[in-house]
Design a protein around this ligand. Structure first.
Ligand code: NAD
Length: 471
């Protein structure tokens, strides 16, 4: 932790900054701002011959839409304030990308690396039972997902525990998202947050006049990027930016240190190297930097902090040289640091927008579970046959044969993963256009975070007004 404000206070400060640009009733703003339900629990788990007491949380920030939704984090930094902040961000994030959920978040104060898989399973299952006991999980109540330190494996354990205690519940599969595809998950969920970061950047970089303001040319190709954290979000964000966006990754920061190569770092090879050696340090062609955070201060076009909150503080903000900061992690820039970065004319793309790809595809997974059928099953063959007939007609009319490879590309019906990616890209583009419209139409709004907040607050406000709770 650094700076004077806690993570939750930082979120509240950003909320207040944006609230004055809305025409929402004061009481309504107060209601949107508070956490609706906070559950803190301590439970014992037998690890070897010892009993370990686990500190755990689930926070439902807003019940204006149900179910509530948000990931579960396993980290020693977890505390009540952090989980409240993350749950609040989920509410605004869902509103921004038109995902019809309230925000929630869960956290266990543990270091997952210090437990065996067997023990982690015991802890996860016990936590799930605590959520069931208090009515804090269910397809129409509260739907967890992966976050820092958790992934598809933990989600499968949660599902299995939930279904065991809710035998015969037909929609039980929708009680958690981010599951393995074989356990009711959806193709494209694991990469979704990172892929969403890429789609967002691609859209932002299309506006030539906007880019000019930050000394940038339009388009992602050839832009330099530094990424912090090669976990789920950082890995896919950098890999997809590199392979599909032709971005040059020149710096990487991980737990063990940071590296630099002005000629570009192959992310796939780096991850394989780290798997083998346990570290990113000494990777072929790269210079080891002095500290774990040194890469954040490299000169680059795009800095992608994708590890944890509060990594750019008032202490290191003056040394940040990136033109754009893409907040792939939640809350990486403290409130005080933000003031410094904005004064330096750095574009901050806020977490609540740029990392919303995960919850977007989680929403698709939830819908898949409720429909009990994978996306594309009904229309894939129909589309293929229709396109095939069109190609045959074209061949017949022109008297020319279409190359088989080309024909296969044109006639292919969409698989689940194609539809998921298409829905994700559409979501990220539409949300950015809405944020940009708010920003461009109000000259008093100086930063993208405030514009995103205003956008989210207006949507949540109108949801509440439609409920008739507030005049
Ligand atoms: P993860 O556990 O998969 O990966 C985190 C990575 O960060 C790990 O590789 C870890 O070693 C590294 N790391 C930790 N401390 C570091 C440090 N001090 N310096 C450099 N690297 C460090 O977690 P994740 O799911 O990728 O989540 C990362 C961030 O993205 C979190 O803020 C999370 O809330 C946010 N997020 C995740 C999702 C999702 O779908 N997983 C969705 C939205 C937002």
């Amino acid at each position: 932790m650094s700076g004077n404000l806690s993570f939750f206070e930082s979120v509240q400060r950003n909320f207040d900054k944006a609230a004055k640009y809305t025409n929402l009733h004061k009481g309504l703003l107060e209601q949107i701002k508070v956490c609706n339900a906070v559950y803190e629990v301590h439970f014992p788990v037998k690890i070897g011959e010892e009993f370990k007491v686990i500190e755990a949380y689930r926070v439902q920030h807003s019940h204006h839409r149900m179910p509530t939704k948000g990931g579960i984090r396993y980290s020693l930094n977890v505390d009540r304030d952090e989980v409240m902040a993350l749950a609040a961000l989920m509410t605004y994030k869902c509103a921004l990308v038109d995902v019809p959920f309230g925000g929630a978040k869960g956290g266990l104060k543990i270091d997952p690396k210090s437990y065996s898989e067997h023990d982690l399973q015991k802890i996860t299952r016990r936590y799930t039972k605590e959520l069931i006991n208090k009515g804090f999980i269910g397809p129409g109540i509260d739907v967890p997902a992966p976050d820092y330190g958790t992934g598809p494996r933990e989600m499968a354990w949660i599902l299995d525990t939930y279904t065991t205690f809710n035998h015969g519940e037909i929609d039980a599969m929708a009680c958690v998202t981010g599951k393995p595809v074989s356990q009711g998950g959806i193709a494209g969920r694991t990469e979704a947050t990172g892929r969403g970061v890429f789609y967002a950047l691609k859209e932002i970089f299309t506006y030539e006049d906007d880019m000019k303001k930050y000394g940038l040319t339009p388009g992602l190709e050839g832009k330099t990027m530094v990424v912090q954290g090669l976990g789920n979000v950082g890995y896919y964000a950098s890999l997809i930016s590199q392979t599909e966006g032709k971005v040059k990754i020149i710096g990487v920061a991980e737990f063990e240190g940071s590296i630099y190569n002005p000629n570009g770092i192959d992310i796939e090879k780096l991850v394989a190297f780290r798997k083998e050696t346990g570290s990113i340090l000494n990777f072929d062609g790269c210079t080891n930097l002095e500290t774990r955070t040194a890469a954040l201060e490299l000169e680059c076009d795009i800095l992608v902090p994708a590890a944890l909150e509060n990594v750019i503080t008032k202490e290191n903000a003056p040394r940040i040289k990136a033109k754009v900061i893409a907040e792939a992690a939640n809350g990486p820039v403290t409130s005080e640091a933000e003031d410094i970065l904005l004064a330096k004319n750095i574009l901050i793309v806020p977490d609540m927008y740029i990392n919303a790809g995960g919850v977007t595809v989680s929403y698709f997974e939830w819908l898949k579970n409720l429909s009990h059928m994978r996306f594309g099953r009904m229309e894939k063959r129909f589309n293929h046959n229709t396109y095939d007939n069109i190609m045959s007609t074209v061949e017949h009319m022109t008297g020319k044969k279409i190359d088989v490879k080309e024909r296969n590309i044109i006639t292919r019906g969409a698989d689940e993963v194609d539809l998921v990616r298409s829905g994700l890209e559409e979501t990220m583009i539409t949300a950015y256009q809405q944020i940009r419209n708010v920003w461009m139409s109000n000259p008093d709004i100086k930063d993208m975070r405030t514009a995103a907040f205003v956008c989210a607050l207006q949507k949540i406000g109108s949801d509440y007004e439609n409920l008739g709770i507030f005049p």
